[in-house]
Design a binder for this molecule. Structure first.
Ligand SMILES: Nc1nc2c(ncn2[C@@H]2O[C@H](COP(=O)(O)OP(=O)(O)OP(=O)(O)O)[C@@H](O)[C@H]2O)c(=O)[nH]1
Ligand SMILES: [Mg+2]
Length: 355
């Protein structure tokens, strides 16, 4: 399930990094293995939703941060809770207002050191009057595909980011969201290549100036992903950890079962979720990363969902894991955190000041 470019970049996994750091600190690694997570039951509830199957898992229970509240609240306010999809539309409508105006973004930006923003502007032409979301991760993990999916662009769309198998994105590029004009998504080159070494990536591209960082990975969380998340914490930038290409893993599992039914799909998702709980989720816990923000998605399914959302057409066969949750949580987080950025006095963040 990996990709052909994997041999040309820093292949240290998060697990590898953890063991190295644990050994350095002289900790007993075995003790820190977090048995409670392994023992906790995984509950899978297949919910009919817009004729769709959406998964609520033990993992997701902890992941729902703002979505349910916003969803229910806005749905209730508009008095349209009768239709299950109505709250999502209402949510997106309210988001459209936020992402169409400049004032809120400016308000948020008062909390960040102006010289850091000026440098980010100098390097990337980063417009601090809009919301900027950056998509990072190792080469070939599907960063550009995920970005296209969020924009609702198929790969042959004239404005779509280029996708490919071997180091396709060479430099940062900005994409304005077609429906939410004040939302800019940034496609980045893969981290950990000779051209883009891990240790300089965050600072070179001023990732501390973004409103959110999407860290995209495939089978394994990588050491470079952890490094980005650690630095993001210093700047108080929210990080979304996205396990991409879930469709591939699910397809393989279904092939093994020799079944193509929705029930088989449900079982495959359940298995994948269990595996992720024992691996990526655990690894994130070991590093003290926010497991509430771990999403299992397929860029392909996300793209189909966004396109159908735009045309307001849904099939009876929506197969969503965390795709919808990712959209709502991402928009909710960046819209709501504009006044909430905590400024650290850590030496690493000397370019950020208290107001
Ligand atoms: N099946 C499947 N394939 C995917 C998915 N996302 C990306 N891919 C494939 O993975 C390969 C790499 O995709 P890109 O989007 O170019 O990956 P990237 O991370 O931007 O790559 P670089 O720019 O080279 O770092 C392409 O063949 C995509 O079609 C997914 O969710 N499911
Ligand atoms: Mg790319």
């Amino acid at each position: 399930m990996g990709n052909s470019s994997s041999s040309s970049f820093d292949t240290e996994t998060a697990n590898g990094l953890y063991f190295k750091e644990s050994a350095k600190r002289g900790l007993q690694v075995a003790k820190a293995a977090g048995t409670s997570i392994l023992l906790s039951p995984v509950i899978i509830l297949a919910l009919p939703f817009v004729g769709a199957y959406e998964f609520s898992t033990a993992l997701e229970e902890e992941m729902i941060t703002g979505y349910k509240v916003v969803d229910g609240m806005i749905g209730g306010l508009f008095g349209v809770i009768a239709s299950p999809i109505a709250p999502l539309y209402c949510f997106l409508t309210s988001m459209q207002e936020i992402f169409n105006t400049t004032s809120t973004a400016q308000q948020h930006r008062r909390h960040i050191n102006q010289s850091y923003l000026r440098k980010a502007y100098g390097m990337l032409r980063l417009d601090s009057n809009v919301y900027n979301v950056v998509v990072t991760g190792c080469p070939g993990t599907g960063k550009s595909s995920l970005l296209n999916a969020l924009l609702g662009y198929r790969s042959n769309h004239p404005k779509a980011a280029a996708i490919g198998e071997i180091e396709t994105t060479i430099e940062p590029k900005r994409y304005q969201h077609p429906a939410l004009p004040k939302l800019h998504l940034w496609d980045m080159p893969g981290i950990g290549t000779p051209r883009h070494p891990t240790n300089r990536f965050f600072d070179t591209y001023f990732l501390g100036a973004f409103d959110a960082i999407l860290v995209v990975f495939d089978d394994r969380l990588m050491a470079s992903d952890v490094e980005i998340a650690r630095k993001a914490k210093l700047y108080n930038v929210p990080v979304f950890f996205i396990k991409n290409k879930a469709d591939l893993a699910i397809e393989t599992k279904m092939q093994r079962m020799r079944k193509t039914t929705i029930q088989a799909w449900a079982i495959a998702v359940s298995e994948l979720t269990t595996e992720i709980k024992g691996s990526i989720y655990k690894s994130m816990q070991q590093f003290g990363l926010n497991t509430n923000q771990l999403y299992i998605v397929s860029s392909n399914n996300l793209l189909d969902f966004v396109i159908r959302l735009q045309s307001q057409r849904f099939t009876n066969n929506e197969k969503l894991i965390h795709e919808k949750l990712l959209i709502t949580n991402l928009l909710d987080t960046i819209a709501n955190q504009r006044d909430g950025r905590i400024i650290h006095s850590d030496s690493d963040t000397s370019s950020i000041i208290y107001l």
